[in-house]
Ligand binder design. Structure first.
Ligand code: FEO
Length: 397
């Protein structure tokens, strides 16, 4: 992509990563982008860089060159240390000048120093600190744990533009650059991003949005470091974040499972029918098809998480164990939970899944349902009734 002038004198000089399909364990079938922003003012400023992969650093420098010679850059802002936004920093500094000031948070300085082991010209900034570029003034806002301890936002008060780092982003590579171009089609990508990157920091999201409200910041545009920029209706993504951070639950059950010889799958189908019978939306998701990050997206607004696993070697089936470890890290809250599965002789899986639910502080609505070997008609009736019980708990019967 060529640099896009997102506002007079402000350019997106980042790159699209069209072909990335796995972002540290999160499936990204639509790729991603690493947005970086160039502000041409009396002091020329670059906000963030891009991943150091293939031609990306050269592409970033080339994009900058189409606007202004990179050696005219006076300041670099590093909103976040993670390597998808700082990987090219060393190459950029080589071109821009090693003495160029890098404005970052205290934890940003620590992270960048530990990563690059270079004694660069770091300038530590904190919430409320300002930096004049000439016609514009940058204000910094630390956003600890959204989603790293170093994370911060940069705000231009004259243009009312927020550079929000990972927050409000989406792993989406496209020729569209703005929300008004792509429309609502971007929202599932934003939801998946929230579920897999920010869900476990929901309390911090709510606290930050309260702070932003108290500061009476207005937004003409919100520019995340991934995906499209919000200019038509920035409030729309803020409102979505409030809903997602509150983990408001709808009448929906996510039924995630794997199966060795289809017995647990047959149980899942009967349970799903029972949940559906109570007027509750049910999303059966076998881990043979669905990626853990897609399951988490569905869990974000679900009322119940129902997990099914056969017992293998006295344990939870490995794909289900993987799902539970990933889920536990993302800390879903405000959910009902229940476990089921087929077994041959010892059948420990359900008990072990319940232990994981307890560790996640989910509300277990039933001790679990187990069927030995292949379910018969009676067992399937029991599965259906068990599903009805979960459905009833979701609708509050
Ligand atoms: Fe897009 Fe936390 O890096």
């Amino acid at each position: 992509m060529k640099p896009v002038e997102i506002a007079p004198g402000i350019f997106d000089v980042g790159v699209n990563d069209w072909n990335i399909s796995d972002f540290h364990g999160y499936s990204t079938p639509f790729g991603s982008s690493y947005n970086a922003f160039l502000i041409v003012d009396e002091k020329v400023t670059l906000i963030d860089t891009v991943k150091d992969k293939g031609h990306f650093p050269d592409k970033l420098l080339n994009n900058i060159s189409q606007v202004i010679s990179p050696d005219k850059i006076d300041y670099i802002i590093s909103n976040h240390t993670e390597m998808d936004h700082t990987g090219s920093l060393e190459k950029v500094l080589r071109r821009v000048g090693e003495e160029t000031p890098i404005f970052c948070s205290k934890m940003g300085k620590k992270g960048l120093s530990n990563h690059f082991h270079r004694d660069w010209n770091f300038k530590v900034v904190g919430t409320g600190d300002e930096l004049s570029l000439g016609k514009r003034t940058l204000t910094f806002l630390e956003t600890r744990m959204l989603h790293w301890p170093d994370s911060m936002y940069t705000y231009i008060k004259e243009d009312k533009i927020l550079f929000s780092s990972d927050s409000f982003g989406q792993h989406y590579a496209g020729n569209e650059k703005f929300d008004d171009v792509i429309g609502d089609a971007i929202m599932p990508h934003a939801k998946k991003y929230y579920a897999n990157i920010l869900m476990h920091f929901s309390p911090q999201v709510l606290k930050l949005l309260k702070t932003v409200g108290e500061m009476r910041l207005e937004f003409n545009m919100i520019c995340p470091d991934h995906g499209i920029l919000w200019r038509k209706d920035p409030q729309k993504i803020i409102d979505a974040y409030v809903r997602w951070a509150n983990q408001e639950r709808v009448k929906k059950a996510v039924l995630v499972y794997d199966s060795m010889w289809q017995s647990t799958e047959v149980m899942a189908n009967a349970i799903a029918a029972g949940i559906d019978d109570k007027g509750v939306e049910v999303r059966p998701m076998t881990l043979r098809k669905w990626h853990r990050s897609d399951v988490m997206t569905e869990i974000l607004d679900a009322g119940a998480i129902v997990v099914g696993s056969p017992t293998l070697n006295n344990n939870i089936f490995p794909t289900v164990a993987d799902m539970l470890v990933y889920m536990k890290g993302l800390r879903p809250q405000n959910k009902l939970a229940a476990a089921f599965g087929s077994y041959g002789w010892s059948g420990e899986a359900v008990k072990k899944i319940n232990k994981e639910f307890e560790a996640m502080k989910l509300e277990i609505v039933d001790p679990g349902l187990r069927v030995q070997y292949v379910p018969d008609g009676n067992s399937l009736d029991a599965c259906f009734e068990w599903g009805q019980k979960i459905g009833a708990a979701i609708v509050g019967e």
